[in-house]
Design a protein around this ligand. Structure first.
Ligand code: EPZ
Length: 434
């Protein structure tokens, strides 16, 4: 299992370029199941979860061409085996995204139950409830879910809880269903709107993307399309924090500033200087300067456009350097404080009670050997190590490789002292994922 060696205390200067959004690329790749034609996706991030999804689609019979960097061509002309096997699903729970499109395209889907992960139970009951409402018969046995339907029918779906992949899964079920589907309390994340943009290019009839009410008029079939994946707002947010926590002067480029409203607001509240140099949704640029002193700030994670749960761990690292006491409330997942004990090992002063963490700063962090536990907790430890005095050793960085493309190269490019120590791959790397 690879490790990172990071020497802290260096303010970051320069420009970091953002990759495509992993959490948009995953549903958009699953959307290729909905047509026999070729789907071409640009700006695909080169991260492990994308390779896992390619393996998943190929195992079902999809032809996948990955000869060009950051571009993937997928053709699901014949789906010989509409099954998402446990060996793949256990390493990436987003595999449940193939459930809706498989039932819509073939009338049958068998998907291994994803099981829990580091940050929570991660049920998919809302995905299944929606498919049943659309006429699918759902059975569960031997750790697999089976969904069958001659042809799904449009339905009025009201989500009990806002679910991002639940909204995406059921959107992909609805586009080929008979009649109209009205979704209420749907997720408003930019990645949902990006999936809708692709589906509409494929010939789907959808209104309301980006709002909590989405209306879908089912069509008989969908055709091929070419689509560019939006920038990764969480990768961008992570590097903005890197600029602030190291007291540097960083430009985050090829991002979509409009997707980072809540994150930018909290960074300014903490005392960082943020300027939007270009609001372009594809090649946007944000400059962040940390002026050394940071102020305690409270955050509470909410669904989009609120402060994203995927930025909670990274922002908490920043709060360890802020003068005063900050409250961090995690409202989305039940166990998303795995980074706390590792930050405490670096010298942070954090106390957790239920879903609230209280961070007392500013703490002088010192380098330590720490363990990555999930994707965003790992990012939090990188940020802590960038400001800790001495050289930290981060173990199990395969968690980072799932969602951050070449992070050590990108950070080195702006002055960070970080190197990857390659070790023999370990079966544990195929462990449960978040
Ligand atoms: C997506 O996960 C993202 N993953 C997550 O990013 C992100 O943290 C999460 O949305 C919230 O924004 C992808 O898009 C691939 P949810 P998802 O369904 O869809 C409960 C990362 O770091 N729930 O919106 O699985 C659930 O337990 C990853 O990139 C049900 O109860 O999250 C949670 O408490 C981590 N029943 C809440 O809803 C369901 O059927 C929100 O989950 C579905 C969800």
């Amino acid at each position: 299992m690879d490790k990172f060696l990071i020497t802290g205390g260096i303010p970051l200067h320069g420009t970091i370029r953002i990759s495509g959004a992993k959490n948009s690329a995953l549903p958009c790749m699953a959307a290729a199941i909905l047509t026999e034609d070729e789907i071409v996706l640009e700006n695909i991030p080169q991260v492990k979860d994308i390779d896992t999804e390619r393996r998943l689609l190929a195992s079902m019979g999809a032809e996948i061409d990955l000869s060009e960097p950051h571009l993937t061509r997928i053709r699901c002309a014949t789906l010989t085996d509409p099954v998402a096997r446990y060996e793949i699903v256990k390493t990436m729970r987003a595999s449940s995204l193939v459930l809706g499109p498989l039932v819509a395209r073939t009338g049958l889907a068998r998907v291994a139950m994803p099981g829990g992960c580091a940050i929570g139970g991660r049920p998919i009951d809302l995905h299944l409830k929606g498919l049943e409402k659309m006429g699918a018969t759902i059975t569960q046995a031997h750790g697999y879910i089976e969904a069958r339907a001659e042809r799904l029918k449009g339905a009025h779906l009201v989500f009990d809880k806002i679910t991002v992949t639940g909204t995406e899964d059921l959107l992909m079920a609805a586009v080929l269903a008979e009649g109209e589907t009205l979704m209420e309390n749907a997720a408003r994340e930019p990645e949902v709107a990006d999936l809708v943009a692709l589906l509409v290019r494929m010939g789907a009839k959808i209104e309301g993307a980006g709002t909590s009410t989405i209306r879908v008029e089912g069509v008989e079939s969908l055709h091929g399309a070419r689509h560019r994946i939006i920038p990764d707002r969480i990768e961008a947010g992570t590097f903005l924090v890197a600029g602030a926590i190291t007291g540097g002067d960083l430009i985050v480029a090829d991002c979509a500033p409009a997707h980072l409203g809540a994150v930018i607001a909290r960074l300014e509240e903490a005392g960082a200087k943020v300027e939007i140099l270009s609001a372009d949704p594809v090649h946007g640029e944000i400059r962040i300067r940390g002026n050394g002193s940071l102020r305690a700030t409270d955050i509470s994670t909410e669904e989009y456009p609120g402060f994203p749960t995927d930025m909670q761990a990274q922002y908490m690292a920043l709060l360890t350097q802020a003068e005063g006491a900050s409250q961090v409330q995690e409202n989305i997942f039940e166990n998303r404080f795995m980074h706390v004990q590792e930050l405490v090992r670096m010298g942070a002063n954090i106390r957790v009670e239920g879903r609230t963490a209280t961070v007392h700063g500013a703490a002088r962090l010192s380098a330590a050997s720490v363990m990555c536990s999930d994707l965003r907790a790992s990012a939090s430890l990188v940020l802590g190590a960038l400001v800790a005095s001495g050289q930290s050793v981060l173990d199990r960085v395969y968690h980072m490789d799932r969602g951050y493309e070449r992070i050590e190269e990108k950070l080195r490019g702006v002055g960070a002292k970080i190197e990857r120590v390659r070790t023999a791959p370990d079966p544990a790397e195929e462990s449960f994922s978040d």
